[in-house]
Design a protein around this ligand. Structure first.
Ligand SMILES: NC(=O)C1=CN([C@@H]2O[C@H](COP(=O)(O)OP(=O)(O)OC[C@H]3O[C@@H](n4cnc5c(N)ncnc54)[C@H](OP(=O)(O)O)[C@@H]3O)[C@@H](O)[C@H]2O)C=CC1
Ligand SMILES: CC(=O)N[C@@H](CCC(=O)OP(=O)(O)O)C(=O)O
Length: 343
């Protein structure tokens, strides 16, 4: 099979390149750049020194014959760039947020950008693999989930669906490594500011709030108004989402455990740890795993659920490859079975 990657010079694109290069079904990967066409990817990305394929232009993409196209460009770009390929029925997986929100006003409000063509938004299948496998199997066009929504939704959906927690009590405290902000240097990622420090950002206005609420509505069939905040941590990869919710009935740990195991028992990338396990982001570093634990607080009748992922793998490129595997009926773990890098 032949795959193409738009935005391959960015962090999500490089991770796609790493995973697709080791995928047994992918024979060729075409690399596209909007700014560095004709140069070698390895000139910038020294870790793949020796790789000699030139970056192709977006004009070349128009006539290239691909079995699947991944787009890992900043939000707003795929609204303009992807329609011809989706309309041509090329298989497309978009890692950006453009096609995730079904409501155009919500997209404009939270992203501050012009909403994409609504027909194509309706065509897009939300690629939360463990929850949407059947739809993904039939799909030609996938809106790959955001990194924070992936970590959050995998943790809360089973509990919401089974009515174990009050939907309107959800508080999500999420933290990300610096690669979540992409390869372009920013003020917040300047070493002297970010190192040895921690910051909160986009307080109560993060663009992933409507994505999480929309997906809870679609997949667990409940309305929510979440409190969701994000923090930047001086590490390269990783997301930890610590989630608090009121228990809806007299729930025991064994009920929660049973619901999680029932939901994810046969899912290769979800690992359920014992209650109150000391999870850390590095235990999933470089892998497609989402690790979960929880603890019931008998005193407050609240539950804490914790989820860790690698933002570039399960939160982006890994889940995109998992979705490709589902679309083409490959084993879901094909090309994704590397164990985490530790220490
Ligand atoms: N980083 C993360 O953890 C996650 C990121 N995402 C989403 O994935 C996408 C990529 O993120 P990330 O890799 O971090 O971002 P980066 O900023 O690291 O990379 C984006 C790449 O997009 C390309 N690009 C920029 N403008 C255009 C354009 N007009 N047309 C085509 N290509 C363009 C650039 O490459 P070139 O100049 O060579 O074309 C650039 O390298 C974003 O939408 C992001 O929100 C989703 C989940 C997690
Ligand atoms: C650390 C950091 O800055 N992370 C980014 C994640 C970007 C992302 O995944 O954006 P979309 O899902 O909207 O494409 C952020 O919080 O905006």
């Amino acid at each position: 099979m032949r795959a193409g990657i738009i935005g391959v010079t960015g962090y999500g694109g490089l991770e796609l390149f790493r995973l697709l290069s080791g995928h047994p079904e992918i024979k060729q990967v075409f690399l596209y750049s909007s700014s560095k066409e004709g140069t070698l990817l390895s000139e910038d990305a020294q870790h793949i020194y020796g790789y000699t394929d030139q970056l192709r232009s977006l004009e070349q993409l128009e006539s290239d014959k691909l079995d699947i196209l991944f787009s890992s460009a900043p939000s707003g770009v795929s609204t303009k760039l992807l329609p011809p390929y989706i309309e041509r029925k090329m298989k497309v997986i978009d890692l950006a947020g453009d096609y995730r929100l079904k409501n155009a006003d919500a997209y404009q409000k939270w992203y501050g950008k012009e909403a994409p063509n609504s027909l194509l938004v309706n065509e897009a299948v939300y690629g939360l693999t463990e929850w949407n496998k059947h739809e993904i199997q039939q799909a030609g066009f996938i809106a790959n989930p955001g990194c924070y929504p992936t970590a959050t939704l995998l943790a809360v959906l089973p509990l919401l669906k089974e009515g174990l927690i009050h939907a309107d009590s959800l508080i999500i405290d999420a933290k990300s490594g610096m690669s979540g902000a992409g390869a372009t240097p920013q003020k917040a990622s300047h070493f002297a500011k970010a190192n040895d420090s921690m910051s909160i950002y986009k307080m109560n206005k993060h663009q992933h709030i409507p994505e999480i609420e929309q997906t809870i509505q679609t997949l667990a069939n409940v309305e929510t108004n979440i409190t969701f905040n994000t923090h930047l941590i001086p590490m390269t990869r990783g997301i930890m989402a610590t989630i608090y919710a009121d228990l809806s009935k007299d729930i025991q740990s064994s009920d929660v455990s049973e619901v999680l195991h029932e939901c994810y028992g046969n899912k290769p990338f979800i690992r359920i740890f014992k209650e109150k396990a000391d999870l850390f982001t590095k235990q999933v570093y470089g892998s497609n795993y989402c690790d979960l634990t929880f603890g019931i607080d008998e005193r407050t009748k609240r539950i804490t659920v914790v989820s860790v992922i690698d933002n570039l793998v399960k939160g982006a490129a890994g889940q995109a490859v998992q979705n490709m595997n589902v679309i083409f009926d490959f084993d879901e773990t094909e090309g994704l079975s590397q164990s985490p890098l530790f220490p």
